[in-house]
Design a protein around this ligand. Structure first.
Ligand code: NAP
Length: 247
């Protein structure tokens, strides 16, 4: 007897930080979660174990979001092993920074950041879109950044990549809205994760009206809402989560 179809959520970069908190939040909504990561298997396993300890379902799905062939291989294999199942929630979260003033920025750092964020968004989303469209339901949430809205010095590469995802998401929202697929973004400010460990929180928090860095869970709750049926009339939007740090 074949088991009934199961609808999954895929979170890229879910081994740590914001992605991990998002994976837990989506699991608490009832989704079996595919935990993507790059190299940190131990952290990904910890995340999966926490989900299982809470009674949820989690599976590791490592691939490099910037390499199309790896995405195809991993998702193709997963689909072959799960012929009745499909991924209806995609959170494009994987990311890193390689900050430098533009005048000193090596070309490879410019290309790497654009490739990882912008190409990664394109490859993974395009790969999953057909299934969402044919099932006439899907939720895509892109984790972008305040830097992609207002730009931050030292981040021309990162700001360009995140701004590109914002614009591509707005265009895609108009392509797939009639098919029940929504595309939104969250734009965090400073969030306490490994990515911001090297920043001077004591100094920077003075610039933030709420006077602190955010927590990954505070981003994850917003992502979970946008990924839920409750957000059914919201698409093409960018939700800032930055403690009031704007201009
Ligand atoms: P983090 O704690 O450093 O975690 C980064 C995650 O991305 C890890 O799971 C890492 O996997 C994964 N990753 C990195 N490169 C990858 C690749 N090529 N393919 C697949 N996975 C990859 O970062 P974070 O702070 O949670 O950031 C998550 C997202 O939020 C990023 O897109 C970032 O730009 C955005 N964001 C963060 C902040 C902030 O203040 N933290 C602010 C605005 C936006 P491994 O564990 O295997 O390395």
């Amino acid at each position: 007897m074949t088991s009934p179809p199961c609808k999954y959520a895929l979170v890229t970069g879910a081994s740590r930080g914001i992605g991990r908190a998002v994976a837990l939040a989506l699991s608490r909504m009832g989704y079996p979660v595919l935990i993507n990561y790059l190299t940190n298997k131990k952290a990904a396993e910890d995340c999966a174990q926490q989900i299982r300890d809470e009674g949820g379902m989690a599976q590791l799905l490592p691939f490099d979001v910037s390499i199309e062939a790896e995405i195809e291989e991993a998702l193709g294999r997963w689909e072959a092993e799960h012929p009745n199942d499909w991924i209806e929630v995609l959170v494009n979260n994987a990311g890193i920074r390689k900050d430098n003033l533009m005048v000193f920025m090596p070309s490879e750092d410019w290309r790497y950041i654009l490739n990882l964020h912008l190409d990664g968004f394109f490859y993974v989303t395009r790969r999953l879109l057909k299934n969402m469209v044919s099932h006439r339901y899907g939720r895509i949430v892109n984790v972008v950044s305040l830097s992609g809205i207002k730009g931050l010095p030292g981040q021309t590469n990162y700001a360009a990549a995140k701004a590109g995802i914002i614009a591509a998401g707005k265009a895609l929202a108009q392509e797939v809205g009639k098919r029940g697929v929504t595309v939104n973004a969250v734009a965090p400010g400073y969030i306490q994760t490994d990515m911001t460990q090297d920043l001077d929180e004591a100094h920077l928090k003075g610039l933030i009206p709420l006077n602190r860095f955010g927590k990954p869970e505070e981003v994850a709750d917003a992502v979970a809402f946008l990924a839920s049926p409750k957000a059914s009339y919201i698409t093409g939007e960018v939700l800032s989560i930055n403690g009031g740090l704007y201009t």
